[in-house]
Ligand binder design. Structure first.
Ligand SMILES: Nc1ccc2nc(N)nc(O)c2c1
Ligand SMILES: [Zn+2]
Length: 374
């Protein structure tokens, strides 16, 4: 019996999107859903109390980063990541492969694993599937990711084919090295870029290994949105209906809605927290750069349609002032609102699926947010 179980609730008659629940050892989350990113064991500037208040149901953290700092042994001795960061709901950890490729310029990929330089001090490091599993087992995350290679999107077909085949072999090694399958679910990561034949091969390899869930990797790496959507259209149907499907690194409002329509259950992205720290907010009427001078005397809320405590208690003028003065409290306010905005968007998406009207919802949301503007 796997530690992770997908429960299907219903399929939207209008869009084909699906409403579900994922059961984990640290609780259940509803899908489609968005995961705030807590790379270094904290969702930057947010406390666990803030995350509970906005009803974040699961957060993401990073094998690579926690391996470097503070080191997974310290977190193991603390009783695992939940205890270490005082988070009692589910945690998903990425496996480190992607971070190695995106953070470290100097790297050598072999069958064994990846040799690269520590992005903090330049020291030589080596990470392989067994190591990624050792670290994630020490962290005790509820959902772990297999160690994969995320090639550049424009990689040639023959490179991508070799990479997919190696990622499938690495996935098998991760399963063999997994010390705690009874209480940690390991997801395989489908690769293959925009090549339909390679996505099919990757999905076939991983589905034959019977993972409790599947991630779709190798997307949201700079490709145009219509290319990502097309890749989803021929990849998602290859995955088992009764397992969670996680689209990695996706988090703009339009991509979340379009991903849900194409059968995705889980999303994560640093976007809302990253843009918050430079004073950009997501609102029901589109993006708002609160540091702009035009908000200096604007005493209204970030978003008049938002019911979060930031929008109930603080004005654009005040938040602009804090951001301009680099006050940490300003970043807390924009971060809280942006995360609440995306979590709330997913509440609305789930409601629209329940009412068989997700395409209508998409139309209304895109219109108001301004996605339809040429
Ligand atoms: N866009 C992304 C984001 C995170 C990823 N993590 C892994 N392990 N693999 C990928 O392909 C990713 C892609
Ligand atoms: Zn708000």
């Amino acid at each position: 019996m796997s530690a992770i179980r997908y429960e299907h609730i219903k399929t939207c008659k209008q869009s084909g999107a699906r409403l579900g629940r994922v059961h984990t050892p640290h609780g259940t989350f509803e899908t489609p859903m968005f995961m705030p990113v807590g790379t270094l064991a904290t969702v930057k500037t947010m406390s666990p109390e803030d995350l509970h208040r906005m009803d974040a149901q699961i957060i993401l953290s990073n094998t690579y980063h926690l391996w470097l700092r503070p080191g997974h042994e310290i977190i193991r001795e603390a009783g695992g990541l939940h205890k270490f960061m005082n988070w009692d709901r589910p945690i998903l950890t990425d496996s480190g492969g992607f971070q190695v490729f995106s953070l470290s310029n100097l790297r050598k990929i072999t069958e064994e694993g990846v040799e690269f330089r520590n992005h903090l001090n330049g020291a030589k490091l080596f990470l392989k599937p067994e190591g990624a599993m050792e670290i994630q087992n020490a962290l005790g995350s509820d959902i772990m990711m297999a160690f994969d290679e995320c090639p550049p999107f424009q990689a040639e077909h023959d490179y991508m084919k070799k990479s997919v085949e190696r990622t499938s072999r690495w996935a098998e090694r991760c399963l063999e090295a997994h010390a705690r399958p009874q209480d940690q679910g390991l997801f395989g990561i489908v690769q293959g870029g925009e090549y339909e034949d390679l996505r099919k091969q990757s999905a076939r390899d991983l589905v034959s290994l019977d993972f409790p869930g599947y991630a779709i990797g190798g997307l949201s790496v700079g490709e145009p949105k219509d290319v990502m959507n097309r890749a989803l259209e021929f990849t998602t149907p290859l995955l088992p209906f009764d397992k969670p499907r996680y689209l990695m690194g996706v988090g703009s409002p339009d991509s979340l809605i379009d991903g849900a329509i194409r059968g995705i259950d889980m999303f994560d992205c640093v976007l809302p927290t990253r843009i918050a720290r430079n004073g950009t907010c997501m609102t029901s009427n589109g993006r708002l750069v609160v540091r702009n001078a035009k908000y200096a005397r604007d005493f209204g809320p970030l978003d008049e349609n938002c019911d979060c405590h930031v929008c109930q208690n603080y004005s654009r003028a005040y938040i602009r002032h804090l951001i301009k003065c680099e006050e940490t409290f300003g970043f807390r306010l924009t971060t809280y609102h942006n995360l609440h905005f995306l979590l709330n968007l997913m509440v609305d998406v789930r409601q629209a699926i329940m009412e068989d009207r997700l395409l209508d919802f998409k139309e209304e949301f895109f219109e108001q947010y301004g996605f339809n503007k040429a």
